[in-house]
Ligand binder design. Sequence first.
Ligand SMILES: Nc1ncnc2c1ncn2[C@@H]1O[C@H](COP(=O)(O)OP(=O)(O)O)[C@@H](O)[C@H]1O
Ligand SMILES: [Mg+2]
Length: 356
Amino acid sequence: MTVARLMLTDFRSYASATIAAGPGFVVLTGENGAGKTNILEAVSMLGPGRGLRGAALAEMAREGGAGGFAVAAELSDEVRLGTGTTPGAPERRQVRINGAPASATALGEWLSLLWLTPAMDRLFTEGAEGRRRFLDRLVLAIEPGHARHVSRYDAAMRARNKLLAAEGPPDDAWLDALEAQLGQHGQAIAEARARTVTALALRIAAEPDAPFARAALAIEGWVPSRRPLAEELRHGRARDRTAGRTLAGPHRQDLAVAHAAKQQPAARASTGEQKALLLGIVLAHADLVAERRGRRPILLMDEVAAHLDPVRRAALFERLGRSGGQIWLTGTERALFDGIGEATWLAVGAGRVEPA
Ligand SMILES: Nc1ncnc2c1ncn2[C@@H]1O[C@H](COP(=O)(O)OP(=O)(O)O)[C@@H](O)[C@H]1O
Ligand SMILES: [Mg+2]
């Protein structure tokens, strides 16, 4: 499934824009600040979550606009997806699927989206939270129900932390109820993550080590024990109250990535090697999603070409072209995409997108 038409209203730098996209490569070119990433971000809002910038909804509404925004898409099979906010509720996300109100998590049933952005260059060197979110996106593309578990888990954990921080004697019945929820969703999250990492690791192991470095993947941090998580939490109440946060559960996990050939943590690899590792993971994952769900995910690759040498760039285009699916790419110049073959070429600038 691909995005055939994308319509933006008061989204970021666009007052109004319509983009017709072909089923394969969609190449956006324009100078710095032209609005290329904004378009990829708009596409990323067709899935659950906060999109590829992880931004607040209010930031997405165009400055100088009425205060709300809309992103709508017609998919290749005529399904219509829409999301946005209204001026009266700039932080409340609304979603429509074929015209009917729906939840953001339901979007995952229609489209699988995966992205690679310059901000992800720091994925291996920064904190575990970014890697957890990355891992959850990988899981979500295979198991859309994962989004619901993650959002319920996060909500229950916030409520538990708040309750533990409150003065006076704790409301044990309420804590029991929250911990039961954390146990249920936490178990599901941990199991889904383990399934994805195992499947992905197998797939990556079967890939050649060039031109994109092979990654070794593992989940570190909290490990589910035989004791149910709800029980672990109940026994940890006093400890968690002192710590001021919940210390057990899948929110304490991390995705450990290593350069397989060098047997070295990804954080120690060069910037270029880290990019190659990430690309290898994303490409293998796209294949895994295609196999598991019978459809290729849409890939959003922001400024990827600029960071690769010509040999790796050619290899990337060749591999993407061979596997098919819709792939959105951005770059400052068209020359970066020489040899890519057939593509929808779009020129971006001054709040407009035009066929190039
Ligand atoms: N909410 C907003 N309203 C209006 N303009 C915005 C908003 N958010 C970002 N922009 C503008 O979008 C531009 C950046 O677009 P971006 O897509 O990141 O550019 P690039 O082509 O370099 O990827 C900036 O000029 C920024 O000011
Ligand atoms: Mg950009």
